[in-house]
Design a protein around this ligand. Structure first.
Ligand SMILES: [Zn+2]
Length: 295
């Protein structure tokens, strides 16, 4: 069983090194595969591509935003379909479909005991507040701005042992709940949280029901970082922050069993894996975009 799975994974890994040009009715096109492109795309990954000026990119029939240089990103969620595709349209209307193969993930199961009952099943009287929190978070993440801060890579926002990973299926006091989408670092209350990349603060809230002190930074093209359970916010909405700048302090606010930072990365509403993003977009090395310059 195990060897079959591993074999399948290796095959996926191999396939994922390439953008596979797809035959379309209008003709045949070949995507250029740059040498040295080593990103293994998988569920939770952020894909970086590049087109020529004037070309449009569509994913799931939506126009994908590009930087002035033609860089664009597509994010894949925890349970994304393994075969993905996007379309590049030339200025004269010729469309080419590019197929991406994602490697599947195995997610952990995490049992958390000692969670206060009001956070496992919130009382009716809090539902309006929770709905309002969720609306503000969704609005902040729906931003699509032409910033390209993400191209400088992502640094780890806080020092500390990892106590929770992306994708794990969670049980609170034995009750199954939504998967965990953040990367948790245990750290004492008051530890500075550094912005992993430059950006613009799009949400700064001191007291949300589940996430307590909450900060969201827009890194451009729909990519945002969210920081949860903060004890203190050092910036306000609208502020421009630099990579490595202290933006908040670790806390134990909202639904927590101890002080920690919960860091999330989104592409719009799609939740990505911060560990993969740090691996694929390290600070100090130009990220390799896949060139898909159509003929
Ligand atoms: Zn967490």
């Amino acid at each position: 069983m195990r060897s079959v799975r591993e074999g399948a994974f290796k095959k996926m890994r191999f396939l994922s090194l390439f953008v596979i040009p797809f035959l379309v009715a209008s003709g045949v096109a070949f995507g250029e595969v740059p040498e040295g492109f080593e990103q293994t795309l998988m569920q939770g990954s952020l894909y970086l591509g590049k087109t020529a000026p004037g070309h449009k990119v569509f994913y799931k029939e939506q126009l994908v935003m590009q930087t002035a240089e033609g860089d664009f990103v597509i994010g894949f969620g925890r349970d994304a379909e393994l075969e993905q595709s996007y379309i590049v349209e030339t200025p004269n209307g010729q469309r080419t479909t590019y197929v991406l193969q994602l490697a599947p993930r195995d997610y952990k199961i995490q049992h958390i005991e000692g969670v206060a009952g009001k956070y496992v099943t919130p009382p009716e009287s809090r539902l309006l507040r929770i709905k309002n929190d969720n609306r503000q978070i969704a609005e902040a993440r729906a931003n699509r701005t032409p910033r390209n801060d993400f191209l400088d890579g992502f640094l780890q926002p806080v020092d500390g042992p990892i106590t929770g990973v992306y994708g794990s299926q969670r049980y609170f006091n034995g009750k199954p709940r939504r998967p965990h989408y953040g990367l948790d670092y245990a750290a004492p209350v008051g530890t500075p949280v550094l912005s992993p990349a430059a950006g613009k603060v799009v949400l700064a809230h001191t007291d949300m029901y589940f996430s307590g002190g909450t900060l969201i930074v827009d890194h451009g093209m729909g990519i945002t970082s969210s920081f949860l359970h903060l004890s203190k916010l050092l910036v306000k909405r609208g502020d421009i922050v630099q990579q490595g700048q202290p933006v908040a302090e670790v806390g134990a606010t909202g639904r927590v069993t101890g002080a920690h930072l919960d860091w999330r990365i989104n592409w719009g509403s799609v939740r990505l894996d911060p560990e993969l993003i740090m691996r694929d977009y390290p600070v100090g090395s130009e990220p390799e975009s896949e060139s898909v310059l159509s003929p």
